[in-house]
Design a protein around this ligand. Structure first.
Ligand code: AMP
Length: 117
């Protein structure tokens, strides 16, 4: 597995606040939260660098990231109020860790998004 910081979190080599785990997906709190709730969901066994690298046979894995986020939101009680999920792909989206991840943002009304900086 490519040695990103997220691979090291999966191997428990560096600490993270893990809030969700199943067979395929790990969810942990973002170290620099952009909302009251900010959790990252990552595949545990496939270190896919970017969304652009996902092959058709890996489509279900991306779905599992989304379902894990939705399950976490229901379990933690903020699904009714709502939340946002985001995947950044490469430079213009500001991707900094090249192991695909889904951001779950919640806990307060969120501002609009997608504005060029
Ligand atoms: P992105 O910009 O979409 O690549 O998101 C990467 C995210 O990983 C950022 O929101 C960072 O704050 C977060 N991050 C980086 N290192 C860690 C870490 N060690 N533990 C938790 N989150 C991290």
């Amino acid at each position: 597995m490519t040695d990103t910081i997220f691979a090291r979190i999966i191997r428990r080599e560096i600490p993270a606040t893990i809030v969700y785990e199943d067979e395929d997906v790990l969810g942990f709190k973002d170290i620099a939260p952009q909302a009251p709730v900010h959790v990252l969901f990552i595949p545990k066994h496939d270190a896919i660098p970017t969304l652009d690298d996902v092959r058709p046979e890996q489509a279900a894995l991306v779905g599992k990231l989304v379902l894990a986020a939705a399950e976490h939101a229901r379990r933690e009680g903020f699904a009714e109020d709502g939340y946002r999920v985001v995947m950044n792909c490469r430079e213009h989206a500001g991707q900094t860790v090249f192991h695909i991840h889904l951001h779950l943002l919640a806990g307060a009304p969120l501002g609009r998004f997608g504005t060029p900086s």
